[in-house]
Design a protein around this ligand. Structure first.
Ligand code: AP5
Length: 210
């Protein structure tokens, strides 16, 4: 199964991807996670990406496309993958199509998780991640257990200001890929409001894979 999760920042892509890859036994490929790892390691790519990310801007296509295409070519992604956060621009979507066509492959589904902008800032500013397990919590909606609280991380782009900038980028640059995949007949829309379990069940139903 080769699929993409799309949605605004804080829609729950990372939360849902963690559940779905467990169910479908495919790798979770998050360009946000890959870029954060590069920033942490201080690689040349990470140094280039850092300034864009902290301001809520998109990292240039010239940096991200090669990184993502190279990752889906790895052996663990041969049978399928779940892309989260890529593609995020029309040129990224076209580059992905070209690479897949060249490899004789095609995408099965693109799931759009829909959440109104009015709910996003609360979700983003309350997010905390566990660097040891990768689990994503929310201080109110999904509170962390007391024994992990001290090690939780608050992402540098999870301020209200950066979140609002990310929302603008989403509507300007990423939303145009939605009609692109609609035209290809592989887009499904899923309501992202409700408990994480409810959203997972909607996704599984929409994707048509138990
Ligand atoms: P990235 O890491 O991809 O960030 P994002 O798309 O902004 O998405 P988030 O990770 O913020 O949110 P999410 O949808 O995964 O939500 P989550 O599950 O965590 O990208 C970061 C940056 O990297 C970009 O801004 C850009 O600079 C760069 N970048 C990455 N990819 C790029 C690309 N392809 N091109 C260019 N630049 C790129 O949930 C959020 C919170 O809500 C959590 O606290 C969670 O517990 C809570 N929550 C989840 N589900 C629910 C629910 N159902 N109800 C209530 N709360 C919920």
């Amino acid at each position: 199964m080769r699929m993409i999760l799309v949605g605004p920042p804080g829609a729950g892509k990372g939360t849902q991807a963690a559940r779905l890859v467990d169910r479908y036994k495919i790798p979770h490929i998050s360009t946000g996670d890959m870029l954060r790892a590069a920033v942490k390691e201080g690689t040349a790519l990470g140094r280039e990406a850092e300034g864009y990310m902290s301001q809520g801007a998109l990292v240039p296509d010239s940096v991200v496309i090669g990184m993502a295409i190279e990752r889906i070519s790895q052996p663990d992604a041969v049978e399928g993958f779940m892309l989260d956060g890529f593609p995020r621009t029309r040129p990224q979507a076209e580059a992905l199509d070209e690479a897949m066509t060249a490899a004789g492959l095609s995408l099965d589904s693109v799931a759009l998780i829909e959440v109104d902008d009015s709910l996003i800032v609360d979700r983003i500013t309350g997010r905390r991640s566990d660097p040891e397990t990768g689990v994503i919590y929310h201080l109110v909606f999904n509170p962390p257990p007391p024994d992990v609280v001290d090690r939780l991380v608050h992402r540098s782009d999870d301020t209200e200001e950066a979140c609002r900038a990310r929302l603008v980028k989403y509507h300007n640059d990423t939303a145009p890929i939605i009609p692109y995949y609609e035209e290809h007949g592989i887009l499904c829309r899923v309501d992202g409001v409700g408990s994480p379990n409810e959203v997972t069940e909607r996704l599984v139903t929409a994707l048509g894979h138990e």
